[in-house]
Design a protein around this ligand. Structure first.
Ligand code: NAD
Length: 298
């Protein structure tokens, strides 16, 4: 069993760290929020006063932070972990960040003989709790092999996407597609409702027809169609609009750099931006469905 330091114990990181403890690893945790730390120490983790102290004897460090600037600061900043990790240690960053930041951290750590993989996840908070996340890994073959047994305590599907940064690129391609599917599913369901159809009946029909997709099947955005999804819980929990907005920003930056044409992604970015500015930033991303509802006097 490995000595693991886990940094960033939010909606995703908290349950991921708990699964590592459950698998028998020796886990030391750190977060800026004391309550998040206490929850994990209550489950058997140790902690320390700073990220550097928490990582001092670690064989493996895992981070699950909001954005690229937090990841760069954690590893390369003034109090950066690069200064305390030993040669041969492995860093697994599971945050969703831009590929360039992941490559920058990988390059700097490599100069100290510290291994790195970017390993963003898909599967949401439900997947983090159940230990069924999909990990999309960027790094060398040997780094991937070192990370695999650790990731398998937190996830079910573990893909090697390519070299450093490739995990992040694959992840944002996926989330750009997800946003487009969510918007399309929402407008189609609302058009059915506007024409007198029952959204449950509409969903059943489309699930057996060519419009079938993940959002319709497992994350239906129309309240009351499916149980145990954010739309049936006032769009609480799940994957926040503001995080989707962040990912679509990363997708558009990537598209500009690679001269890729992404008109659907650009439209989804615009719609999620408007939705967030209308006060829905903290709701689940399926709440975009509400944008298409209207009160008519017809
Ligand atoms: P969150 O905001 O709930 O958690 C982030 C945690 O990081 C917080 O507890 C915060 O206190 C901590 N943190 C920030 N800076 C820190 C620092 N310098 N040192 C220590 N701790 C620090 O976010 P989340 O929902 O857990 O998402 C984390 C990452 O996972 C994001 O990049 C997000 O895009 C990605 N992600 C989220 C989901 C989801 O469904 N929530 C799904 C897939 C990927």
């Amino acid at each position: 069993m490995a000595k693991i330091t886990f940094i960033g114990l939010g909606n995703m990181g908290g349950p991921m760290a708990a699964n590592l403890i459950g698998a028998g690893h020796e886990v030391c945790v750190f977060d800026l929020v004391p309550d998040a730390v206490n929850e994990l120490t209550g489950k058997g983790a140790t902690t320390a006063k700073s990220a550097q102290l928490a990582a001092r004897n670690a064989e493996i460090v895992i981070s699950m932070l909001p954005a690229g600037k937090h990841v760069i600061d954690l590893y390369l900043g003034e109090q950066g972990l690069i200064n305390v990790l030993s040669e041969g240690a492995l860093v697994i960053d599971s945050s969703t960040i831009d590929a360039a930041s992941a490559q920058k951290v990988a390059g700097s750590l490599a100069q100290h003989q510290i291994q790195f993989v970017d390993a963003p996840v898909s599967g949401g908070v439900g997947g983090a709790i159940a230990g069924t996340l999909t990990f999309i890994v960027g790094g060398s073959k040997s780094e991937f092999s070192s990370a695999q047994p650790i990731l398998s305590a937190m996830g079910k599907n573990i893909f090697h996407a390519g070299d450093h940064g490739a995990g992040q690129i694959a992840k944002i391609c996926n989330n750009m597609l997800l946003s487009v599917l969510m918007v399309g599913t929402s407008e189609a369901l609302q058009m059915g409702i506007d024409n007198g159809l029952d959204p449950k009946v509409m969903s059943d029909i489309m699930l057996q027809s060519s419009g079938r997709n993940w959002t319709l099947e497992l994350y239906n955005p129309c309240p009351g169609v499916s149980d145990n999804v954010p739309s049936s819980n006032d769009y609480q929990g799940g994957f926040m609009v503001d995080l989707m907005k962040k990912d679509l920003g990363l997708a558009m930056d990537t598209a500009i750099k690679s001269h890729s044409s992404t008109p659907m992604g650009a439209l989804a970015q615009s719609l999620y931006g408007i939705h967030s500015s209308q006060g829905h930033g903290k709701q689940d991303f399926s709440s975009i469905f509400k944008m298409f509802g209207h009160n008519t006097d017809k």
